[in-house]
Design a protein around this ligand. Structure first.
Ligand code: ADQ
Length: 489
């Protein structure tokens, strides 16, 4: 592989994440078709021009037979992807169990559902064992493909054990780990039975990154309080070895969104939407259907707003696009029916024969439709109960150069740290406050909207996904050089 300008790459970057950025569909015994999923991480790493990136991760399918595995490995190699094969039992215990049933809710300050608590406590040990086993399987694949001088970048809460496994293979490997979710207060992390083992495993990395300074601080506090280690301004020190800990706020590929708005098919979408909702202000929510996103709370706040503002009832519409995730988990099924029930009730209450106040879609939108929606929106509602960063808020801002709409943003999303000055910040649990911010957003003067938008827009175009990835990788290189210097001194 070569750089587009024909120059050699400076370094190889092995990106390790639970899921590969492609979905694999089996077409025959030895035939696969691959679909690239253009997530934020993919575009971030496409922008890292100095490094030749390879992906290592699970392809999201169970491939029990050797012939199938071989064929899939070959097909993925063309996309610079290397698969880790996990069987159904491991996926059940590691991914559905430890990752999504234990770490995900805990890191977002959401307790387990009452009826699951005891069951989870009982299955904890076996799930943690599967988690460690899965992480070791990722490490085996990384080690097999590692070449001296490579940088290894591990991603997210699925792979907290990976830095330790990798350093056990090779203490000289340059290893960075980045968390996409919040890292909770040490008081929350303390409740995890495997609290110390997990922290120690992460500390094996050379560089540990978070979206915000607060998450980094929580992590350092957990290491000092739970492990009794020393926190320094650079990170955490253990017997003279420093693990550097810092904040690296992610961004988006803002150009991709801005350019998309010029495309004829997006313009066509925009025209249709404008006609469809003419005479009404458009409010928008775009979320994965997940309990952390605060969708029921958002809809209840909108109901309160309609209740208290009769004038607006036929002049505003809320479009809530919620792509279902983890659909086999009962908690997520309950959330879906809860949202449907609330939407039905509010539409019954405030709708008319010709219009309803809420359009709720349980599905994913393609990129162009999403850009058009962002562009016609007057007020975006991002009311996550907790969110590592929240890229939807960035995407909305990138598409608002002509409209200069208002962002109502949860103070519990990492994005509140970067877009807080331009957005209307709210506590999503306080529906009275959210309802009143909706009113403030809808009534805001053009001057104020412009000022707030400009602040956020400048941030979004300056702090891109590419810059995020480049900063992390060069910081990781520097950290290792500094550590080697310290040892020599
Ligand atoms: P997510 O929880 O997935 O990411 P977010 O950052 O908002 O949350 O990213 C979601 C992405 O999915 C966005 O690019 C959005 O456009 C897309 N999306 C969501 N709903 C969609 C729909 N209905 N149709 C089409 N696209 C949709 C995790 C963390 C975040 C963190 C990111 C990146 O939970 O806090 O910001 O990783 O680190």
């Amino acid at each position: 592989f070569e750089r587009p300008d024909g120059e050699p790459f400076r370094q190889r970057l092995l990106v390790v994440a639970n899921r590969l950025p492609v979905s694999a569909i089996r077409r025959g015994e030895e035939s696969w078709s691959l679909e690239i999923s253009a997530g934020g991480l993919v575009s971030a790493l496409l922008g890292v021009k100095e490094f030749e990136a390879r992906w290592i991760g699970w392809a999201g399918v169970n491939v029990p037979d050797e012939a199938g595995q071989k064929a899939l490995t070959k097909a993925l190699a063309e996309k610079r992807c290397i698969p880790v094969f996990l069987d159904e039992e491991i996926v059940h215990q590691y991914y559905n169990g430890y990752c999504n049933n234990i770490l995900w809710p805990l890191f977002h300050y959401i307790g387990l559902p009452q009826e699951d608590r005891l069951a989870t406590t009982r299955s904890f040990q076996s799930q943690f064992a599967a988690y460690k086993k899965a992480n070791q399987m990722f490490a085996d694949v990384v080690n097999e493909h590692y070449e001296e001088g490579d940088v290894v970048w591990c991603h997210d809460y699925h792979l907290m054990f990976l830095p330790k496994c990798l350093k056990e293979y090779n203490s000289k490997m340059k290893v960075g780990w980045f968390l996409h979710t919040p890292f909770p207060s040490s008081e929350i992390h303390r409740t995890l039975p495997s609290r110390s083992e997990l922290l120690r495993a992460v500390l094996a990395a050379d560089l540990v990154g978070f979206h915000t300074y607060d998450y980094a601080r929580h992590f350092v506090s957990a290491c000092t309080r739970i492990l009794g280690l020393e926190g320094t301004p650079e990170g955490v020190e253990d017997q003279g070895r420093l693990t550097r800990v810092a904040a690296f706020p992610i961004g988006i590929d803002s150009d991709r969104f801005i350019r998309a708005l010029e495309l004829p098919q997006v313009q066509e979408h925009i025209k249709e939407l404008k006609e469809r909702f003419s005479g009404r202000k458009v409010m928008l929510g775009v979320d994965r259907l997940d309990m952390i996103k605060g969708i029921p709370q958002k809809i209840l706040a909108f109901e309160k707003f309609l209740e208290e503002n009769a004038y607006w009832r036929d002049k505003v519409v809320l479009l809530q696009i919620a792509v279902p995730t983890r659909t086999d988990v009962p908690e997520y099924q309950k959330l879906t029916s809860q949202v449907h029930e609330i939407v039905g009730r509010i539409n019954g209450r405030f709708g008319s024969l010709t219009a309803v106040p809420i359009h709720h879609l349980d599905r994913s939108l393609d990129f162009h439709a999403l850009c058009a929606l962002y562009a016609v929106t007057d007020v975006a509602l991002v009311t996550s109960l907790r969110d590592g960063m929240n890229l939807v808020s960035y995407e909305f801002v990138a598409c608002q150069e002509s409209k200069k709409g208002v962002l109502v943003l949860s103070e519990f999303a990492g994005a509140a740290q970067s877009l807080g000055a331009g957005a209307l910040l709210v506590n999503p649990w306080n529906i009275t406050e959210v309802a009143s911010s909706i009113g403030q957003a809808l009534n805001m003067s053009a001057d104020e909207r412009e000022k707030r938008h400009q602040h956020n827009f400048d941030h979004v175009i300056q702090h891109t996904a590419q810059e995020w990835a480049e900063t992390f990788v060069s910081e990781l290189n520097d950290t290792v050089v500094e550590a080697e210097q310290r040892i020599r001194e």
